[in-house]
Design a protein around this ligand. Sequence first.
Ligand code: SP5
Ligand code: ZN
Length: 354
Amino acid sequence: MRWYFSPKHLLHDPDREVRAGTPTPGYEVARRAEIIAAELSRDEELHRGEVRAYDRRVIDQVHDPRMVDWLEEAWAECRPFSEHREIIPDVYRHAGLSVPGTAGREPLQKPLARLGFYSFDSMTPIVEGTYEASRSAVDVALSALEHALETGGVAYGLCRPPGHHAASAMIGGYCYFNNAAVTAAEMARRLGGPVAIVDVDYHHGNGTQSIFYDRDDVFYASLHGAPARAFPYYLGYRDESGQGAGHGWNHNVELERAVADEEYLYLLARVIEVVHAKNVVGVVISLGVDTYMNDPISDLALSKAAYFPAGRLFRELALPTVVVQEGGYDQVDLGVNVRSFLRGVGGLDAAGPV
Ligand code: SP5
Ligand code: ZN
């Protein structure tokens, strides 16, 4: 199996995020990707492929081009207003700040208002290199897609920053461009049939859900901490099943606190059966390993032993598959958990060469 990784992720390097009103060191740090890359490099059965640069038009298929334009300029226009290496919004576009017909108005003259217009939380800062790093994460995912389509097999994009909380015109949850959504939309277009995104990150991929909510070319299925207690709180309930042409094309599984290996694998197998029944022709996996028992921001209880069988369950589908990296914040076992999952989905044996 091939994996793809760009050192340009290092350009996204905020010093802090704001949680509960307090600036704190961020969880989504550059070291995460370096840890995963180091672990995969040690595995002789995983081969690193070359990342190529893709045209912005692929991103514009799922993101509002106005947001893409804004993100490109965001640091430059906000820089005069920040005393730090990053900028974080203070006023947000809440749904209550609109009447019918006004929700799309963008404040053109105030950089900080534009920042709040496109953001939904204070944990997703913008630094000088955020745009370039985010573009590189999309390039990584699309390079993996290219390989999966050529071979009909599995490829992995070590994306950073992650993507599944980013919607068409909204950043948040450490995410700027939705790598999985861009990849799935392009995969469906190239294959000429519907594809699925299966999101196994601890958090609900609200951005991915929103992008495809009324579409029947991409089926979105997610298992995640129940939104009643878990970020992003306002989306991810089991009764969100899609609308219009997309009705029945969204599937949320809410997990209670402390769900462990056996129950998780049972529920994931059921989700994969649902995907199978949709007759899709390709799969994108949003892989977060923040389901791990030692993850510092999550409350599930998966052990290291869960990730290989979790990956292997996807082999039942026998479809072109792109795995993209989302979250996972325990720096001790982040690399081994990702590697175990990849060996499972890639059809390699559990142990593997060191
Ligand atoms: C891609 C991804 O995994 N994004 C996750 C964004 C989560 N941000 C919310 C973090 C909330 C932290 N709560 C801290 C609890 C510490 N016990
Ligand atoms: Zn997550």
